[in-house]
Ligand binder design. Sequence first.
Ligand code: NIG
Ligand code: FE
Length: 408
Amino acid sequence: MSTCIKNIGKLINPNADGTWEEINDAAILFDDKIIRYGRESEVLTDAKDAQIVDAGGRLVTPGLIDSHTHPAFAEARAVEFEMRNQGKSYQEIAVSGGGIRSSVRSLREISEDDLVERMLPRMDRFLTNGITTIEAKSGYGLSLEHELKQLCAIKRCDQEHPLSLVPTLLAAHEIPDEYRHDRKAYLNIVMNEIIPAVAERKLALFCDVFCEEGVYSTQESRTVLETGKKHGLIPKIHADQLTDTGAAELAADVGAISAEHLDFISDSGIAKMAEAGVVFTLLPGAVIFLGYNQYPPARKILQAGGNIAIATDFNPGSSATQNLSLMMTLCCVFCGLTTKEALWATTRGGARALNLEGKTGCIDAGVDADLVVWDCDEENLIPYYFGINQVRKVFKSGKLVVNNGLII
Ligand code: NIG
Ligand code: FE
């Protein structure tokens, strides 16, 4: 049976070119996909047999897309949060054996079933934040066995929970403790064992690498991404987060679909990525949570013709948030984005970064009926009430999954 949301005060639908379609007094008719949308008086004529939902004059947008997250972890790292607030830096904590390596140790101790159980409440929280699709990375296993365990857990969450999870292999997230003396040996395992095994089992769509001083060099990152490509995995890259390593240029060179963080991206990196059509994924949660103040140059990116996505980077170390609306606020306040630009980046931009454009992230006919009814009537109130969740209803593939802000 189809559903019709009527009495929509304002519907906003992101266009492919970065602009918006806005309709007042609108309605949307859908089953699992959007059937039609437009002025209420026109849509209602087709909705005779549909179940009617009254939006009460509120705002409706596509479901949000969180295109960069690390949700498959075992334990929080609040101890490191305290350490940073007492003056230790993220890198100092990492070099002394904490950071990602601490998440690797705890992840290796738990079973796949246990991991799924810990992840499912996080999936609920994405949905109640208006997020209907996430990208989910591995990268806390760092061995064949434990990377597969993470990716299998991600697949099970995708199957068992209404949220859609798009899997990314991030075996090159760090060098695990047991290979600190021989990083080449670990890289060989990544390229000769982990990538082929994951690709063969179709457990990931993307291959990512943390390209950073003290982690993977640009040369090593190139080799990993090229190997992933040979096995059919589309490149993504953690780029220029803490220093300018030339990772943005590398993203353009290898034909990455997106490059993420980019707080220290160079002008030449911006130009090359924009020309190559690589999506610029901004992760302001990691900037604020690590106590830094250098945000990505979003206005320069837009001036260069680049496409932006905004994501939470949800992970236990550098960005422990699932509130994508708050990430919009940070991009408006610290990067000078307008609300509409930020909302484009969390809907259509996120879909583009995940190769899902035309499938979700907009409200066109034939697209998955992933929709949010907000508790406000104007989009600029979303980032304005910062840190306040204003999601009222969420539809995922046409099914009501959040009502009055609560999971059904
Ligand atoms: O995107 N930069 C590398 N990876 C994550 C952090 C992961 C962690 O600290 O656990 C990020 O910020
Ligand atoms: Fe990340």
